[in-house]
Ligand binder design. Structure first.
Ligand code: GLN
Length: 474
C-alpha cells in the first residue's frame, strides 16, 4: 500500500476483502509517523498503544461482518477536539496538561464506527492563525516543501494527511482553518454548514463561526467523514435539525449554475493562481455548467467584519482560562495577580492580541462603533449570499490568494490576516464551503498545490460534492 495516495474508500474495500487487517494498516501509519514526524511535526502526540487496541477491535467488527464506512480507518485529530482521557491543549501552554473528561460528539460518533485515532495534531494556538507558526510547541512543516508552512490553523492535520501519516484528519474552521491548509497541501477540506456538525467538545474560538470538518485526499473521502460526523445533537443548541439536509433533489436533470465574483477576485490574487482558476472554470463549462459573473458587493468587507466578530467572541470564550477553573494556574498572593500571571504566561502573543482587540470592540465606549456595526454588515453579507443563491447553485473562487508561503514570511499579523480574504465570507454567512485541489504553481522550482473553493447555500453540501467531483476530474 502506498500511504501517500491511499484513500478511505480504497482502504475500506481492502479491509473488507481482508487484503490486510486494520492492525496492519495502523502499524503502517505508525511507522510512517515514527519516520517522518520528527521532521514535519504534524503530531503533538501519537497514541501507538490505543491506536493498536482500536485497530484490533475494528478487525473484530470486520470479522463479525459489522463493518461501517470508517471501521479500522486510521485518522488524526486536531488538538482542540476532546477525546476522553486525552490531553487536548489547543497547542497552548494554557492547556498543556488539560485532559478531556468527555468525548466530543464527533469523536463519539467515530468511536461507534470503530475508527482508529492515531494522535493529536499541531495547530495555531486556540486556532488563531494560518500557518501553525502560532503553536506554543513550534510549527509544522509542509510535506511538499519543508521550507514552507502547511497553512493553519489545522496545519498539523493537513501535514499528517499530505505527508502520508494519516488516512484523513479532523480539523476546525472558524475563518478558513480547514480549507486554507487543504489548499496549501493539495488536499480536500470541507467546512460544513454552520450547525450541521456538532460543536460539543470542540474548544471554542468564535462560537458563531466554528465548525468541525474533514481534511482528506478526495471528495469521496470528505463525504464519507461528513456523513459520519454530521447530525443533530441536543448538546449543541446551535445544531441543525436533521430535516435540514438537502439531497440535490431540486437540481436533478437541470444545468447547474456557478457564479464567479469577478470584481472581488480582481484584487490580490496571484496571477499564477488565476491561470489555474480559469482552467477550472473552462473545464466546468465543458462539463455542462453555466458559468456567470455575479456581484457580491459586501465581500470586500468580510475580512474586516471577521476580524471584529471573531476576536469579540474569542475574547469572551477565552475568559474562562483564568487560572482558577481550567488549565494553567500561576500562584500569586492576590487574585488579580493570579489572573494576570496565568493569562500572561499561558497565552502566546497572537492570542493576547486578539483578546485585546476583542475586549476593545466589545467595550461600552466602542461596541456601537465596531462590534454592532460589524454585526450589521455581517447581516448584509448573509443577505448578499442569499440573493446570489437565488440565481446560482454555487459560488466558486480560489481558496487562498497564493500558494504556501515560507516560514516568517508573514510575520506582520495583517499580512497573515489577508490570507483569509476568500475563506471568511462562508463562516460569516454560515454556508458550507469546500476546497478542492486545482493543480500546482511553481515557486523556487517546486510544484506547490493551490485550491479552488466552492460555496453553496445552507445545507447544500451535496452541491459541493457534485461540483467538487467535476473539479477533481479535471
Ligand atoms: N486564519 C484565520 C484566523 O486566524 C482562521 C482561523 C480558523 O479558521 N480557526 O482567524
Amino acid at each position: 500500500m502506498n500511504l501517500e495516495t491511499l484513500t478511505i474508500s480504497e482502504a475500506r474495500r481492502a479491509l473488507d476483502a481482508k487484503e490486510y487487517s486494520a492492525l496492519e494498516l495502523t502499524n503502517a501509519y505508525l511507522s510512517e509517523i515514527a519516520e517522518k514526524n520528527p521532521e514535519i511535526h504534524a503530531y503533538l502526540e501519537v497514541w501507538e498503544k490505543t491506536a493498536r487496541e482500536e485497530a484490533k477491535k475494528a478487525d473484530d467488527m470486520i470479522a463479525r461482518g459489522e463493518s461501517q464506512p470508517l471501521t479500522g480507518i486510521p485518522i488524526a485529530v486536531k488538538d482542540n477536539i476532546l477525546i476522553e482521557g486525552r490531553i487536548a491543549s489547543s497547542a497552548s501552554k494554557m492547556l498543556e496538561n488539560y485532559r478531556a473528561s468527555y468525548d466530543a460528539t464527533v469523536i463519539k460518533k467515530l468511536k461507534e464506527q470503530g475508527t482508529v485515532f492515531l494522535g493529536r495534531t499541531n495547530m495555531d494556538e486556540f486556532a488563531m492563525g494560518s500557518s501553525t507558526e502560532n503553536s506554543a510547541y513550534g510549527p509544522s512543516k509542509n510535506p511538499i516543501d519543508l521550507k514552507r508552512v502547511p497553512g493553519g490553523s489545522s496545519g498539523g492535520s493537513a501535514a499528517a494527511v499530505a505527508g502520508g501519516m494519516a488516512l484523513a484528519a479532523l480539523g476546525s474552521d472558524t475563518g478558513g482553518s480547514i480549507r486554507q491548509p487543504a489548499s496549501l497541501t493539495g488536499l480536500v477540506g470541507l467546512k460544513p454548514t454552520y450547525g450541521a456538525v456538532s460543536r460539543f467538545g470542540l474548544i471554542a474560538m468564535g462560537s458563531s463561526l466554528d465548525q468541525i470538518g474533514p481534511l482528506t485526499k478526495t471528495i469521496e473521502d470528505a463525504q464519507i467523514i461528513f456523513e459520519a460526523i454530521r447530525g443533530n445533537d441536543k448538546n449543541d443548541s446551535t445544531s441543525l435539525p436533521d430535516s435540514s439536509r438537502s439531497d440535490l433533489g431540486n437540481t436533478k436533470g437541470r444545468t447547474l449554475k456557478i457564479g464567479i465574483p469577478r470584481a472581488f477576485l480582481a484584487k490580490g490574487v496571484d496571477p499564477d493562481v488565476l491561470v489555474n482558476f480559469e482552467k477550472v472554470l473552462a473545464h466546468l463549462a465543458q462539463e455542462g455548467y453555466e458559468i456567470k459573473d455575479i456581484d457580491l458587493p459586501s465581500l470586500p468587507s468580510a475580512l474586516a467584519v471577521y476580524y471584529i466578530v471573531m476576536p469579540a467572541e474569542s475574547s469572551t470564550n477565552l475568559a474562562r482560562f483564568d487560572g482558577i477553573r481550567y488549565g494553567l494556574s500561576v500562584p500569586a498572593l492576590a487574585i488579580q495577580e493570579v489572573y494576570a500571571k496565568t493569562r500572561g504566561q499561558g497565552f502566546g502573543p497572537e492570542v493576547r492580541r486578539r483578546i485585546l482587540v476583542g475586549t476593545f470592540v466589545l467595550s461600552s465606549g466602542y461596541a456601537d462603533a465596531y462590534y454592532r456595526k460589524a454585526l450589521a454588515v455581517r447581516e448584509i453579507i448573509r443577505a448578499d449570499f442569499a440573493r446570489a443563491f437565488e440565481s446560482v447553485d454555487a459560488v466558486v473562487m480560489p481558496t487562498c490568494p497564493a500558494p504556501a508561503f515560507t516560514f516568517g514570511e508573514k510575520s506582520n499579523p495583517l499580512a497573515m490576516y489577508a490570507e483569509d480574504i476568500f475563506s471568511v465570507p462562508a463562516n460569516l454567512a454560515g454556508v458550507p464551503a469546500i476546497s478542492v485541489p486545482m493543480g500546482t504553481v511553481v515557486r523556487d522550482g517546486v510544484n506547490l498545490p493551490v485550491g479552488s473553493q466552492i460555496v453553496a447555500s445552507h445545507g447544500n453540501e451535496e452541491t459541493l460534492f457534485k461540483i467538487g467531483h467535476d473539479v477533481e476530474g479535471e
